[in-house]
Design a protein around this ligand. Structure first.
Ligand code: HEC
Length: 119
């Protein structure tokens, strides 16, 4: 009998942990922009997150003077299937996934969806 009570209690405890923890997962709202501008919205992401490594020699070079042509000519962007762009795959693969916030990744995705313009 003691064993049965113990079993029931541990089962309940596990259930509370399981369902309780599910409810606690609250994702912060992500603002997905309707439209982005490369120079105003995307280049600042490279400036802030990428230039430590991608400014001299390591491809793609992401400094403002060449970043757009590097990404397009380097084949990192696929405007037909944006999520299959090498750039997006990189940004969702460790360790690069930690180099941009989810909101920044969404802006980059919108930029590709809009045709990866140099605007
Ligand atoms: C701490 C250094 C570092 C930072 C910061 C960094 N990267 Fe990288 N990145 C690398 C290294 C090293 C490689 C080559 C190895 C690899 O592919 O992971 C690379 C590879 C890449 C590639 C693939 C290049 C190729 O030709 O295969 C892309 C695209 C890229 N990075 C984009 C970015 C973007 C965009 C950011 C900023 C959001 C960024 N990286 C930030 C170090 C960095």
């Amino acid at each position: 009998m003691k064993k049965l009570v113990y079993f029931l209690f541990s089962g309940m405890f596990a259930a509370i942990l399981f369902f309780g923890s599910c409810e606690k997962v609250v994702y912060p709202p992500i603002e997905i922009p309707d439209s982005v501008n490369y120079k105003a919205d995307i280049q600042p992401i490279w400036d802030k997150n990428c230039l430590d490594c991608h400014s001299t020699g390591l491809p793609p070079t992401l400094t403002a003077d060449v970043s757009h042509s590097q990404l397009i000519n380097g084949g990192y962007v696929n405007t037909d299937i944006p999520m299959e762009s090498e750039l997006m795959i990189k940004l969702y693969t460790s360790p690069h996934d930690a180099r941009a916030t989810e909101a920044e990744k969404q802006s980059i995705l919108v930029w590709i969806e809009e045709g990866a313009l140099d605007n």
